[in-house]
Design a protein around this ligand. Structure first.
Ligand code: PLP
Length: 410
């Protein structure tokens, strides 16, 4: 008889996006004449930059010719791409990351989930709350969460670190010391960031406790303020305590093309039960090489083109387009009297729902009165209750129209 991994039965169904889809479909059915504007989902909408498409086309052509055909590539990614990453994302920021510390993959989602393979099941996990749900769910699947408590909306063995307006979205050290600490900055969903001083505190804390920071900077490209670190390795000591996840998804519109990378510095150590130090880079290399066969060649050429002069110029135009939407939303909502966070270093706007309403009640009101769709904050964790996420990934016209309606109808 085949047994299942019963941890899966411990997952709470994520009703978030399916419930949203159901509510929107029903509203549209009952109101066929209304034009709904969706500012809910965190997917890009602008087409891929021409320079990137050109590189991809060229690579596809190479695959069709005997002299330039390529089969399996290195599991860790082609050197041409890892060199560009090392040079542009790290050396230019004064950080030395060797290409052997970079692992190219098909997504930060997979990497954030798969990284758990190299860590013991008994580690205590901490997540900030609210946050991108993948860190939590993958640890539930692995068996690190303990039971779910319906009343609190939390798993008993997971440490939830609130990041709310009360602490200015700067997570504080929890009472119990975690072993694995997931940090996501710029943050999805709050759109807020940590400055260098606050991130340094976390690096020092991890060092002191021999913990590891799993740092997701999928939204790094949207940072506009000076004091916000673009990589955790800008912080002194971070190479001893942090793994970093990066993605081309939001940086260059690769959500449908799929390319990302993870940095596992060679200094980074984990421990056996009897206290022996083990290099995490070697473990991840083994895991990656065993379970993954590399990102396709045309996609890696496309990612390489992101770093070309023209590629950079073109992707920045798209980022500016989204961040202009963020400004429209942020300023528009502020004019309408809302308290609003984020939207400066990330394409997410996190608003406080009006007093007396829950996140879902605000969702319904927004849909019914303004025909605008967003995401209830509570879907990202219990501390998200009372907040609401709007994204800047729509068109400028729809974004302006959504704000006009919110001002007029709510
Ligand atoms: N990390 C965060 C914080 C995200 O918000 C997302 C996507 O929404 C991802 C990772 C997924 O990245 P990828 O498309 O590279 O899997």
């Amino acid at each position: 008889m085949i047994n299942i991994n019963e941890n899966f039965l411990n997952l709470q169904d994520s009703y978030l996006f399916s419930t949203i889809a159901k509510k929107v479909a029903e509203f549209q059915k009952n109101n066929p004449d209304k034009r709904i504007i969706k500012l809910g989902i965190g997917d890009v909408t602008r087409p891929i930059a021409p320079k990137i498409i050109e590189a991809m086309h060229k690579a596809v052509e190479e695959m069709g010719k005997q002299e330039t055909f390529r089969g399996y590539g290195p599991e860790q990614g082609y050197e041409f791409l890892r060199e560009k990453i090392s040079e542009n994302d790290y050396k230019k920021r004064g950080v030395n990351i060797d290409i052997d510390e970079i692992f190219v993959s098909d997504g930060a989602k997979c990497d954030c989930g798969n990284i758990g393979d190299i860590f013991g099941i008994d580690n205590v996990v901490a997540i900030t709350d609210p946050v991108y749900p993948v860190y939590l769910d993958t640890n539930v699947m692995a068996g690190r969460s303990g039971e779910y408590n319906e009343k609190t909306g939390m798993y008993e063995n997971i440490i939830y670190i609130p990041a709310t307006a009360e602490n200015n979205f700067v997570p504080e050290f929890p009472k119990k010391v975690p072993d694995m600490i997931y940090l996501c900055f710029p943050n999805n969903p709050t759109g807020t960031t940590l400055n260098k001083k606050d991130l340094k505190k976390w690096v020092d804390y991890a060092k002191q406790n021999k913990s590891i920071i799993l740092f997701d900077s999928a939204y790094e490209a949207f940072i506009s303020e000076e004091d916000v670190p673009h990589t955790i390795y800008e912080i002194e000591g971070a190479k001893d305590v942090a793994i970093e996840f990066r993605s081309f998804s939001k940086t260059a519109g690769f959500t449908g093309i799929r390319c990302a990378y993870t940095v596992v510095p060679k200094n980074l150590k984990g421990y056996t039960k009897d206290g022996k130090e083990i290099e995490l880079n070697a473990l991840w290399n083994r895991r990656h090489g065993t379970k993954f066969n590399g990102v396709s060649y045309p996609v890696q050429r496309a990612a390489e083109a992101v770093y070309s002069e023209e590629g950079q110029k073109q992707i920045k135009e798209n980022i500016e387009y989204y961040m202009n939407n963020a400004k429209i939303i942020k300023e528009g909502l502020q004019e309408a009297g809302y308290t609003v966070y984020g939207g400066i270093n990330a394409p997410y706007i996190w608003l406080k729902v009006p007093e007396g309403l829950t996140s879902w009640e605000f969702f319904d009101k927004l849909l019914n009165k303004a025909n605008v769709v967003g995401t209830p904050g509570v879907g990202f964790g219990p501390s998200g209750e009372g907040y609401f996420r709007l994204t800047a990934f729509g068109t400028k016209e729809n974004t302006m129209e959504a704000i006009r309606r919110i001002k007029k109808e709510l």
